[in-house]
Design a binder for this molecule. Structure first.
Ligand code: ADP
Length: 490
């Protein structure tokens, strides 16, 4: 019976295919690394042809393991957001390397627009800030610097898209040039409450509107794979950018429900309901879901350094051999002995947005050793999350509980510490691949395996572990006071 959902999860460092049963249990998966190209300092590129080849390979590896294409009810797609692909519709091939979300090459153009006083208007229309992170300025860079892209634009054969758009174009044999509303909301080219890309914004960024995809729902009949790819046409019925997919995978389907993903960096998204609200505290407003044309919004805050601080303890300081040792070190002492780390190793993200800030360690004494540093590093995660919680609350999006995931969330000590410092219940699903699960939920609802996204979440979300706050108010306020002082120094 066709009741598996095949999720294609195209991330920054690897692409995966995962087959989920209708109860959310992962039945088979395959993964392939994506080559990272760093042509200059601050530049990061991917080869879009490699992304497609490896995604297809992973899908073809997984499908036979669950009984063949006849057993796949639908495909769901989730992807690294903001990364831009340019291709030629006459050949179906990329015109240049994809510019990855991390790439900073358009900082100059963003600064020009900021200096021209455009940021407030852009923020109120798109929910975003003027930063190279988002797709629009990357498209403009390609037009200005890659003659093949400009020529294709002049010939009317240029197609721009983020990664989901590129994969769907290839999966449908060139039939569909679409982007789902969550990915489209990361481009700077779509207004938060309008249905497609905005001509005025396209003109401001110098991107031809005709080269952009059609903006579509995130769940429903969105496209069909060409029959030759898998031996059978398979419907594509769910699409979401990775952080939105994780938010859905954590079942944050009602206003106020919030998730935090702790990987290399940390991303917090709170369901903000049906009305887009502008943040007054430098958080982003973004599309969380669009189903049946109706949008739900999210408020988003990103912290640049989370798990990468633990990597730094491991690789640069040699304090641990593996990341998980930080947990036993943190547990081996009653407190950090006054040591506080502000992990601004790559500047500070939300809500501070200080690219010029640098990391600080305060409170060192002769008693400070490996355990104190490891504990202070983990404590910094709770402190950074607390700063975000305050910004969200000030924007009217107070958290009731926090649902956590990501590789670093496996650390039980850290999960408990976050609950303690926030003074909130923290929940962690036993199955931590929430991004892929969210795409599976959208696809299951979209193909009719479940009545709607709420029912899909009900059916597919697995068991949770709970962490309840148990820290005295004195200890908590002392921690926050030390953090505030250290933050000033950073
Ligand atoms: P990404 O998806 O960004 O590549 P992951 O979600 O795979 O990241 O998380 C990996 C990060 O989490 C690494 O930076 C690693 O240092 C950190 N990490 C993994 N396990 C633990 C742990 N048990 N304790 C602390 N940090 C951890």
């Amino acid at each position: 019976m066709a009741d598996y959902i095949l999720v294609l999860d195209e991330g920054t460092t690897s692409t995966r295919a995962m087959a989920f049963a209708s109860d959310g249990v992962l039945a088979a998966s395959a993964q392939a690394e994506i080559t990272q190209h760093y042509p200059k300092a601050g530049w990061v590129e991917h080869d879009a042809a490699e992304i497609w080849d490896k995604t297809l390979q992973c899908a073809r590896d997984v499908i036979p393991r669950v009984g063949g294409a006849a057993c796949i009810a639908a495909i769901g797609i989730t992807n690294q957001r903001e990364t831009v692909v340019a291709w030629d519709t006459s050949t179906g091939e990329p015109l240049t390397r994809a510019i990855v979300w991390q790439d900073r090459r358009t900082e100059g153009f963003c600064a020009e627009l900021r200096d021209a006083g455009r940021e407030a208007d852009i923020q109120s229309r798109t929910g975003l800030l003027l930063d190279p992170y988002f797709s629009g300025t990357k498209m403009r860079w390609m037009l200005d610097n890659v003659p093949e892209v400009r020529a294709a634009a002049d010939n009317g054969t240029l197609a721009f898209g983020t990664i989901e758009s590129w994969l769907i174009y290839k999966l449908t044999g060139g039939d569909k040039h679409i982007s789902d509303a969550s990915n489209a909301s990361r481009t700077l080219l779509m207004e938060l409450s309008s249905s497609g890309f905005d001509k005025g914004l396209c003109d401001m960024f110098g991107v031809p509107h005709a080269a952009l995809p059609e903006v579509v729902d995130m769940s429903g009949a969105l496209g069909t794979t060409g029959v030759r790819l898998f031996g059978r046409e398979i419907p594509i019925t769910g699409i979401a950018g990775d952080q939105q997919a994780a938010t859905i995978g954590q079942a944050c389907l009602s206003p106020g429900e919030t998730k935090a993903t702790y990987g290399t960096g940390a991303f917090v998204l709170a369901n903000a309901g049906k009305t887009p609200t502008k943040s007054d505290h430098r958080l982003l407003t973004t599309v969380l879901m669009q189903i049946g044309g109706e949008r739900t919004y999210a408020i988003e805050g990103s912290v640049f350094v989370a798990g990468s601080l633990v990597q730094w303890l491991r690789d640069s300081l040699g304090i641990v051999d593996v990341a998980s040792q930080t947990e036993e070190l943190a547990r081996s002492i009653p407190d950090s002995g006054g040591v506080t780390i502000v992990p601004a190793l790559a500047g500070l993200g939300a809500p501070h947005w200080r690219a010029d800030a640098r990391g600080v360690i305060t409170g060192l004494s002769f008693a400070s050793g490996k355990a104190e540093l490891a504990r202070a590093a983990l404590e910094a995660m709770a402190h950074q999350t607390h700063d975000l919680a305050q910004a969200f609350a000030a924007d009217g999006a107070e958290w009731e509980t926090l649902r956590i995931d990501g590789g670093m969330a496996a650390n039980n000590w850290m999960a408990q510490d976050i609950a303690n410092v926030l003074g909130l219940r923290v929940e962690r699903p036993d199955f931590v691949e929430t991004t892929a699960l969210g795409a599976a939920m959208l696809a299951a609802a979209g193909v009719g395996l479940c009545a709607d996204i709420n029912e899909a979440a009900e059916a597919m979300r697995g068991k949770l572990t709970q962490f309840t706050p148990d820290m005295s108010e004195d200890v908590r306020s002392d921690r926050l006071e030390r953090w505030r002082k250290a933050l000033k120094a950073a």
